[in-house]
Design a protein around this ligand. Structure first.
Ligand SMILES: [Zn+2]
Length: 156
């Protein structure tokens, strides 16, 4: 395993804890954490809140980006890394570009709604002006297991 992957395990565990907390609230279990790369300091953490906020855009990544930018008092986060338990969707991928995030570490791959390795592959589009480094499949088993359990329980 690459060193960069090993360094990602602790922040990804925090993102998984956010996902777990979201599931307990009846949200699709996705969690995100933003870390200041140089110091390892966590700037923000969030889980999905689309049900609680009645907001279709309240994905974990969006909430974490907003909170980190607000805490910094600046609209871009070029020295920060985002950890998220699921492959980002098209909306979140675009937000990641707008925020100039340095690296994205994601957990489970999402063939249905993902937009990094699947579907629109946002970061590969010529109209995408900022492409972060991407590391997929970090703690994939835990992230995917949580999503499977959540949807299985919902189907009853
Ligand atoms: Zn999203």
């Amino acid at each position: 395993m690459f060193a960069v992957m090993e360094d990602a395990l602790s922040p990804m565990s925090e993102a998984l804890a956010e996902a777990e907390a979201a599931a307990l609230m009846g949200e699709v279990p996705v969690g995100a954490v933003i870390v200041e790369a140089a110091t390892g300091r966590v700037l923000s953490r969030a889980g999905n809140r689309t049900e609680a906020d009645r907001d279709p855009t309240a994905h974990a990544e969006i909430l974490a980006i907003r909170a980190a930018a607000a805490s910094r008092g600046q609209p871009r986060l070029p020295d920060c890394d985002l950890y998220v338990t699921l492959e980002p969707c098209a909306m979140c991928a675009a937000a990641i570009s707008l925020a100039r995030i340095r690296r994205v570490y994601f957990g489970a791959y999402d063939p249905k709604g993902g937009a990094v390795e699947h579907g629109p592959k946002w970061f590969a589009q010529p109209t995408c002006l900022h492409r972060p480094e991407i590391y997929g499949g970090i703690e994939e088993g835990r992230a995917a297991g949580m999503l499977r359990a959540f949807f299985a329980a919902r189907r009853g």
